[in-house]
Design a protein around this ligand. Structure first.
Ligand code: GAL
Length: 424
């Protein structure tokens, strides 16, 4: 064997060797760890989170799950703050709406344009949702879904036995609730936590006042709307609902309330379609075991809640690479389908085939498109889609005080709402 040959082949071999080693190194380098902080701990939520973990493992990365129990995410946000302050942020965290910009302003989030650009997120997302994921025009978070919040879940058999139909107006709701009470069933399963109280409140505001009033009062926080006759009717209707919940409701987690409807102990629940994830995880079928109807008076409206993962700046290049792979995976058609089939929501990515989804999801997808065209698409306040987190917390407290206290009057509450809307 001649030397030159050997040198060239050695070089080539070494080049090959180098490439292989480089591949190995980068391979090793490519396999990183992604730690995700979230609050998806209920049956249906956990199944969806597992779909995400599996997706990342399939890419050769290590999934580090940092789940903080507590629906609505208040506890998770408290834990996240302490981790970031102590200089130990996760790779990604479930952060939504204006909170994304609040965190970005702190300079701790990373720019995802190197993924979002080449993958055309601006073309794949509804514009108002894409805008909410950016800071100063740069993507800093990746969306996973669109939840509809204004749903009423009904136990089919309980309603049949009581001889009633799912209500479409608040008047029908109270008639149905009376019939359920007579039938010895808890009319409305509710969890007495401020985000759940406010979820019910915003459903009533949308159903009684309509989307124009909702936007004026709860998004623009207009003092005139917050102290209007319509708000009086909203608060009066809201308080009347409480009479159809049970004495054990205070502090109850949302998924335990859903379980009461699943078991037929209660007839109805007002909750976003993460509740559907619980029905599905319990092997229940829409249209057979349970019904999904728009919360009373809101069939033409859609209040949305988009879950997203905001990405923190990372020092370790392998983990930063894994983080990019996470962002890309979240928006991929396969993951968008798998996650949302389990989570109860619909894909946020436009033009996704819905053939594998059930009737509730198909309805949600159709109503999302129509409401965004018709101007009746509104952001959920209870789920952090519209107002600064300080204001969100303050108006939630006022509404829960009114729900829980027999002394709080409608007039006092309206005055307090106007004050809370100025919270910094
Ligand atoms: C929401 C979140 C949903 C669901 C719900 C109940 O804030 O966006 O994904 O988890 O809380 O925990």
């Amino acid at each position: 064997m001649n030397k030159t040959m050997t040198l060239r082949s050695t070089l080539r071999l070494s080049a090959l060797g180098l490439a292989a080693t480089a591949a190995l190194v980068t391979g090793v380098a490519r396999a990183g760890e992604v730690e995700v902080l979230h609050w998806w701990t209920s049956g249906g939520e956990a199944k969806a989170a597992q779909a995400l973990a599996a997706t990342m493992k399939a890419k050769g990365h290590t999934w580090k799950d940092f789940a903080v129990a507590g629906g609505g995410g208040d506890s998770a946000m408290t834990v996240l703050k302490s981790r970031v302050v102590s200089g130990n942020p996760p790779a990604a965290a479930q952060i939504k709406g204006p909170s994304i910009q609040e965190w970005a302003r702190e300079g701790v989030l990373t720019n995802l344009d190197d993924v979002a650009g080449p993958e055309h997120w601006d073309q794949l997302l509804p514009p108002q949702i894409a805008a909410g994921l950016k800071y100063k025009g740069h993507y800093v978070a990746a969306p996973v879904n669109v939840h509809r919040v204004n749903w009423l879940w009904v136990n089919t058999a309980v309603f049949k036995k009581a001889g009633i139909k799912p209500p479409t107006t608040w008047a029908e709701f109270f008639t149905a609730a009376e019939a359920l009470k007579k039938a010895g069933v808890i009319p409305l399963a509710h969890g007495g936590q401020s985000w759940q109280d406010f979820t019910t409140f915003e459903d009533v505001a949308l159903g009684v006042g309509g989307s124009a009033f909702y936007k004026k009062a709860l998004v623009q926080l207009d003092p005139t709307a917050l102290k209007s006759d319509t708000m009086k009717e909203v608060l009066t209707t809201f308080k009347k609902i409480k009479g159809y919940t049970d004495k054990n409701a205070p502090g109850r987690d949302w998924n335990l309330a859903t379980a009461m409807v699943i078991r037929g102990e209660a007839g109805m629940q007002l909750m976003g379609d993460w509740a559907k994830g619980e029905f599905l995880a319990a092997g229940k079928t829409p249209g057979k075991d349970f019904e999904c109807v728009a919360s009373p008076g809101t069939a033409k409206d859609f209040s949305y809640n988009v879950d997203s993962l905001a990405m923190f700046q990372l020092k370790n290049p392998a983990n930063a690479k894994a983080q990019r792979d996470l962002a890309s995976a979240l928006m991929s058609p396969d993951f968008q389908e798998l996650f949302n089939l389990n989570k109860g929501s619909i894909p946020v990515r436009l033009n996704m085939p819905m053939d594998k989804f059930d009737a509730c999801a198909k309805q949600s997808s159709k109503d999302f498109v129509e409401s965004s065209k018709g101007g009746t698409l509104v952001p959920s306040i209870a789920h952090g889609m519209a107002v600064p987190s300080a204001v969100e917390g303050a108006i939630k407290d006022v509404v829960s005080q009114f729900w829980n206290s027999d002394k709080a009057t409608v007039d006092d509450t309206m005055t307090k709402l106007v004050a809370a809307a100025k919270a910094q």
